[in-house]
Design a protein around this ligand. Sequence first.
Ligand SMILES: [Zn+2]
Length: 414
Amino acid sequence: MKTKKALMIIIDGAADRPVQALGGKTPLEVAKTPNLDRVAKEGICGLLDSLAPGKKGGSDTAIMSILGYNPYEIYTGRGPIEVAGVGIKLEKGDVSLRCNYSTIDENMTILNRTADYVREGTDELEKALNEQISLSNPDIKFQFRNSADYRCVFHLRGNGLSANITDADPYHEGEKILEVKPIDGSREAKKAADLVNEFVNKSYKVLNNHPVNLKRKKEGKPPANVIVPRGSGETPKMENFYQRWKIKGACIAGIGLIKGLGYLSGMEVINVKGATGYIDTDYIGKAKAALKALEKNDFVVLHIEGTDEVSHDKKFKEKIEAIEETDNMIGFILANISKDVILTILSDHTTSCDYGDHTADPTPIVIWGEGLFSDDVDIFTERAMIKGMIRRIKGQDVMPILLDAMNRSEKFGA
Ligand SMILES: [Zn+2]
């Protein structure tokens, strides 16, 4: 049998619970999605528990699982994945954290967790932080890098560090930045915690009166005047994607999270200009890059983040729009995809617009391609999927099913 290639489109947090303001319908049920519906009608459908039934995942653990890794064995926190996502090559013993540019007052109380999604001027802020801050321990090297928009990363390298430390981020506006503390009482964790606290305090001194922020204040915008780290973790041991599945993989994403999983698993990471990680991303640009990447790779994962972002903000109207934009992108892909490519589309977890966070409800998955079955499902919604042939599977079932659809699975037995 001729082997095939595969394109996996992950629409982050696209699945929802019934939304009150939509009369109990979900954004996927309300959005006009002729292309998603076509794929559902022509392909095989089902529901996906990215971790397991009732287990609520973050995007990182959910997508690790969907790419065929066991997050319960290898996950060490989101920090390292985000740090890997900016292209820093992680080593054993490193401590990695993800951060936000935030707005605080002089009492270190968070007024705006994302400095109103700050985007402009962050290159200059990044430069200033790296040039003007030195840490009190000269044996430890730090790197601070921007990721996307208000997201950034902080990385420590040197002997005798432990990542076992708490977050500086209180996660709620109106609360003070927390002092980072060692979780296990070890000297190594204390050393890392002290350095992170030092960086947070120094970041405020560098940023508060930086010209970029003086301009923001003048324009009535919240200044990006502090770096707030969280999600500390050691470097995870992630097996190389090619070694694991014997297929060459590439990934396209607007946010560091997916790029990080790509780098950590040794995939080709393709940066697309205009891919923002928000609802204003260049959908068609990403689609074109994915189709091009399929020429040289066996497997391409294309990640859309905007749907999740607006769900966390409880913006169901924007979620419907983001789903429709994604649908339009899928239309472009369907018009241009080669016949030897299997397409799979899924949501990595549910993000409830009413609740503003992830839930453990299972999410839609469809696998589509020439020579595969089609089933009785003809729309891409949470509710319709259970009638499909895939029924209900776990995240780690996805790659084996996909490899079989690609005629690349190995036979067990004679
Ligand atoms: Zn997600």
